[in-house]
Design a protein around this ligand. Structure first.
Ligand code: EPU
Length: 278
């Protein structure tokens, strides 16, 4: 049994029955085939910035990809392993004078998770500069696929059950100073409007088309509402923060209450952005 809470940003959840950390794409493929042959459930854990884990844990093999952490430059392209954190990829790109990823400033994800959910901000999304992906499919085959193979949408990379092991981004040259300036200005705005130093999963709900879930949650009177130690942030209402010993059950109860208040006020059904494992 391996505790999963320390691997999540919000520090919620029980243990996994099995926990594996592959060091190569081939190891990932081997784990996938072994799980299939042994009929074990397999779950993928990236940076843990967008998931909540049940309090009782999960009876599954959890594969953690943070050791796939190589970054390789080829001209204007950067290839990064699934476990590379976006902050380190962005700072590497900046020092190499490669621009394009600044719109992802402050997104607390790793490359694999960011691709899987097409993480982004109002300035841009992960798929904007993506050219190809190396994935492992559920048969355990390693495949290299062009961006056009994926129907990426808002907060959904369209990968189905494929596992990202590598992503290649096409960037453009610019001076490190200009890149740094954009990076800093996005980061300043984010730090001023979001509770970035508290334990959270980022935005809990997706934005409905043309509106902001945060605005709607605030207008529905939910700011500062709480269940146990999970509270709707005072700074940004689409963030739930763990103020101590918050649980999975508290989080989902609060999400249900918020969703129902927003539905009453706006006749809109908010859809979860956070991945709640069952
Ligand atoms: N607003 C409120 N009350 C709140 C929060 C926001 O009235 O509590 C208002 C703001 O004043 C603003 C509008 O809602 O007028 C939009 O707010 P903001 O600029 O913070 O953007 P957002 O739509 O809430 C989105 C992404 C964030 C991303 C920011 C900035 C989603 C669900 N959220 O938030 O992404 O950082 O834009 O680019 O798409 C995430 O996905 O986890 C995430 C944090």
């Amino acid at each position: 049994m391996v505790p999963l809470a320390p691997h999540t940003h919000i520090r919620i959840g029980g243990p996994a029955t099995f926990f594996v950390e592959p060091y190569s794409e081939r190891d990932v493929a081997t784990v996938v085939r072994a799980c299939r042959d042994l009929d074990l459930e397999l779950r993928i854990l990236g940076g843990g910035s967008n998931i909540i884990v049940p309090d009782k844990g999960v009876d599954a093999v959890v594969m953690h990809l943070n050791s796939l952490n190589r970054v390789v430059r080829d001209g204007d392209r950067l290839s990064a392993g699934a476990g590379v954190t976006l902050p380190s990829l962005l700072s590497g790109a900046r020092s190499l004078g490669l621009a394009g990823l600044e719109s992802l400033s402050g997104v607390p994800a790793v490359v694999g998770g960011a691709v899987k959910m097409n993480a982004g901000t109002r300035e841009g999304e992960t798929f904007d500069h993506l050219v190809s992906l190396t994935v492992v499919d559920r048969e355990g085959e390693i495949r290299v696929l062009g961006r056009e193979s994926f129907a990426a949408r808002y907060r959904d990379g369209g990968l189905g059950d494929m596992i990202v092991v590598h992503a290649t981004f096409e960037l453009r040259e610019d001076t490190p100073e200009a890149i740094f300036e954009r990076f800093e200005s996005y980061l300043r705005r984010r730090n001023a409007t979001q509770p970035v130093t508290q334990r959270s999963v980022g935005c809990v709900f997706k934005n409905p088309t043309g509106d902001s879930a945060g605005r709607m949650i605030e207008a529905s009177g939910c700011k500062l509402m709480r269940r146990g130690d999970i509270r709707v942030s005072a700074r940004h209402a689409n963030y739930f923060v763990n103020e101590g010993k918050g649980t999975y059950a508290d989080f989902l109860a609060l999400a249900d209450e918020v969703r129902s208040r927003v539905a009453d006020r706006f006749e809109a059904q908010l859809e979860m952005e956070v991945q709640a494992w069952d």
